[in-house]
Design a protein around this ligand. Structure first.
Ligand code: PLP
Length: 459
């Protein structure tokens, strides 16, 4: 295959993609679960001889789509969305065609500079102060890890990156039980240890109790631990919990502790000013992550970390061996020094295309619809006999259950085997519940109305 063939096949792929998206509603949202069914259709060994693209493409069409769970299906209400707006897909095609590696400004000047501008555009869009700069990671997990590594090094005065962790004091991190498991992973990977991630109790609103945070920090100091930082939750994965950001930041700052806010899902909603009270005080954070690849339409992967002062993170993660030296170090940004991996994709292009093609107004309208339709879905489910709404909508996420756990589990299995919609489960305060989130880029009011219709039929 050469570049002339690529041009022809790209057109064919574009036609295929158009048909795929147009036909999504006719497919079951979740792939039929038969482990091994796909691998069994592939030869066990690689081909020695080149194969015609016609055969390869035909195999793709025959094997892959039916073996996928369709994240762009308008009735995908599971997990959180991983939206891919058409404009974002187009940008990804172009970024793939250029196929750059943007580790240094010099290796991809446009990628670096568009990334800087996109971070600034998004900070404005979310109502964050202009002093926030930042970078784009692959995932919120990587952004949170970067923030936690920086917390660790601040606490150790950068002894950890130099001498290692052996013999260092035991550090403590603080988060609520509603924070995502990526915080636990960061504690593990950073060498702080999961045991030293103190889970602070939550109040009736599911916010970390600021008083309990203050108490835990005081007790740890007394016991000889070194508090390193606080990770706050703005839109928890399970049921959409929000910490009281301003109050918790006030506690952290009274001890000089840095704060990272995980708004991986809910951050997108902050383009709507009416939702910003949910994260009041966020401007006091040192670092904030949100995933445009969840709810904003810039397809996976794209996690933006806003940083109030990048110097500590660069001091933690940045290395400058001779083979990465370039001229003009003072006036340029080499984003590899802000992140864990060296190499980086051109992720900013899809943000540029998405923000321009829909405008903030267009994106706000979608998010407002999703929030409103989620409330309608909540009301329609509440009207079905036997269904308890367990958690009320937090933005566009709520949960429900039947009185009996086994019956709830069986109901969920029937719903997902039916295939018209896709929902997933969580455990909230000990109770097994079914989560509903509305956020797919192309979903309509009718698609969301299908939730209650299917559930009622499956009862
Ligand atoms: N934080 C929250 C609140 C999430 O919901 C998720 C994933 O759903 C993550 C972090 C991890 O996101 P990523 O897949 O980008 O690492």
């Amino acid at each position: 295959m050469n570049h002339d063939d690529l041009r022809d096949w790209s057109k064919r792929a574009a036609d295929w993609a158009h048909g795929y998206h147009a036909g999504l509603r006719d497919r079951p949202v979740r792939a039929p679960l038969v482990p091994g069914a796909i691998a069994g259709q592939l030869p066990p060994a690689p081909p020695e001889a080149a194969e015609p693209m016609e055969t390869i493409f035909a195999d793709f069409e025959r094997i892959v789509p039916d073996g996928m769970t369709h994240w762009q299906h308008p009735r995908f209400f599971a997990y959180f969305p991983a939206n891919a707006a058409p404009a974002s897909m187009l940008a990804e095609q172009l970024a793939n065609a250029i196929a750059s590696q943007g580790m240094l400004w010099q290796t991809s000047p446009a990628a670096t500079e568009i990334e800087q501008v996109m971070v600034s555009w998004l900070a404005q869009a979310l109502g964050l102060p202009a002093r926030f700069t930042g970078t784009i990671h692959d995932s919120a997990t990587t952004a949170t890890l970067s923030a936690v590594l920086t917390m660790r090094e601040r606490a150790l005065d950068w002894a950890g990156v130099q001498a290692g962790l052996s013999g260092q004091p035991r550090l403590r991190l603080y988060a609520s039980a509603e924070t995502h498991s990526s915080v636990d992973k960061a504690a593990r990977v950073a060498g702080i240890g999961q045991e030293n991630l103190v889970k602070i109790p939550t109040d009736a609103r599911l916010s970390m109790k600021p008083g309990a945070l203050a108490g835990a920090i005081a007790a740890d100091l007394k016991a000889g631990f070194v508090p390193a930082g606080v990770v706050l939750c703005a839109g928890g994965t399970s049921v959409g919990a929000f910490d009281r950001i301003a109050d918790c930041i006030a506690v952290a700052k009274s001890h000089g502790l840095p704060v990272h806010v995980d708004a991986a899902w809910a951050g997108s909603a902050m383009i709507c000013p009416e939702f910003r009270s949910l994260w009041d005080g966020v401007e006091g954070a040192d670092s904030v992550v949100f995933n445009p690849h969840k709810w904003l339409g810039a397809q996976f992967d794209c996690a933006v970390q806003f940083i109030a002062d990048p110097a500590p993170q660069i001091r933690t993660l940045g290395l400058r061996p001779t083979y990465l030296e370039t001229a003009g170090r003072e006036e340029i940004t080499n984003f590899n020094e802000w992140t864990v991996p060296l190499g980086r994709r051109f992720r900013a292009l899809k943000l540029w295309f998405t923000l321009r093609a829909y405008g903030l107004e267009g994106l706000r309208a979608r998010i407002r619809n999703h929030v409103a339709w989620a409330r309608d879905a909540r009301d329609a489910l509440a009207a079905i006999k036997g269904i308890d709404i367990v958690t009320e909508p937090s933005l566009s996420l709520f949960s429900f259950a039947l009185a009996d756990e086994a019956a709830t589990e069986a109901l969920l299995a029937r719903i997902n085997d039916d295939g018209r919609i896709y929902l997933t489960q969580t455990r909230h305060q000990g109770r097994y519940v079914i989560r509903v989130q509305v956020g797919q880029f192309d979903c309509t009011q009718e698609d969301v109305a299908m939730i209650a219709k299917v559930v009622a039929e499956m009862m």
